[in-house]
Design a protein. Structure first.
Length: 168
């Protein structure tokens, strides 16, 4: 059974999970979700749609990703965001859950009790606590000169904030 009518694949390129895609001037600019290779943005030459190829990648530290990308002329703007922990946004609930359990139990809860309340494993809880204690101050956006798409040049990294380490 056909998945789409009147759509034919012209080319193919395997990339790490992608977020936003912007096409400009014969290139596709792909912002990536967190991935093992720490690829933030891929710049792909699509001038020959049958043979797309990556001409540049922007890599990031292991704590960050940039899944949004916009292009205007020779300027590329990408977000710079914190990666999530293995338990995702539930890590942000740790202080609230600990307080609630402390009140309910009239004592400090065990890791097993906290993990059960949050529906996570004790190991994921431990990793989530470590993740939240690190904090993150790299949030913001980066602006690149892409007049030569194969050689993006960082013009500006504007930090907009982040997260202080969570307190229990």
């Amino acid at each position: 059974m056909a998945l789409a009518r009147n759509v034919h694949r012209l080319g193919h390129l395997d990339l790490a999970g992608a977020g936003q895609v912007t096409v400009s001037n014969g290139h596709a600019f792909v912002g990536h979700i967190p991935n093992n290779n720490h690829i933030g943005t891929s710049i792909i030459d699509i001038s020959d749609p049958h043979n797309p190829h990556v001409v540049a990648t922007v890599t990031l530290d292991s704590l960050s990703h940039n899944h949004k990308v916009r292009v205007a002329g020779d300027i590329m703007v990408v977000n710079h965001e914190r990666n999530m922990s293995r338990i995702g946004r539930r890590a942000e609930q740790l202080p609230t859950v600990k307080r609630a359990l402390t009140e309910e139990l009239s004592r400090s809860p065990t890791s097993a009790e906290i993990a059960a309340r949050m529906s996570v494993s004790e190991e994921d809880l431990r990793l989530g606590e470590e993740f939240e204690q690190r904090g993150y101050d790299n949030g913001g956006f980066k602006i690149y000169d892409i007049s030569e798409p194969a050689q993006p040049k960082l013009i500006c990294y504007h930090k907009t904030g982040g997260r202080a380490p969570l307190r229990s």
